[in-house]
Design a protein around this ligand. Sequence first.
Ligand SMILES: [Ca+2]
Length: 185
Amino acid sequence: MRKFFILVLVVASIFVSCDVNGTSSGASTNNDSGSSSLPVLSSDFEDGTLQDWQANGTGTASVSTSQVHDGSYSAMVTIGAQSWETLWYYGIDSKLSPDKSYHFVFWLYQETGSDQNYNLSLKYNDGSSDQYDSIIYQQTVQSGVWTKVEGDYTFPSSKGTMKDIYIEGPTSEAFYLDDFSILEN
Ligand SMILES: [Ca+2]
């Protein structure tokens, strides 16, 4: 009986230590990512609008209820003839500061029948002309699976001024976006 009790104690303490480890690593991640503060940008499309995202060029975008990661709405995008003819958020410099690290996280869905790669790209101006950079490059999204895409990015003020962000993928194909957030690290 006493042995059994000790065994229970040992098992329980393993459980507790696992839990503590899990909690503490989660907490330190939270501290590191600064997620105690509100996201600087958060788009869930639950108000039934594109929430300041818009299509560029021959791309099209609208809110959709047919595929959602969470809630009732997502953004459905059909990319045009060029990969940049897609969903844009103009004026990201109103949300982000240079020389600061941010965590970008969002969910993508596509049903083309095969894996597809997506980029989160940044348009900026170097003082004389527009330039482009990848915030997240070539993230693979399986067909028919909502996929979390995330990464960290810092824009150095020495490069110029941030302008817009946009999501690039296969041309003439549709994808869905939901739960897009940018958090200060
Ligand atoms: Ca949603």
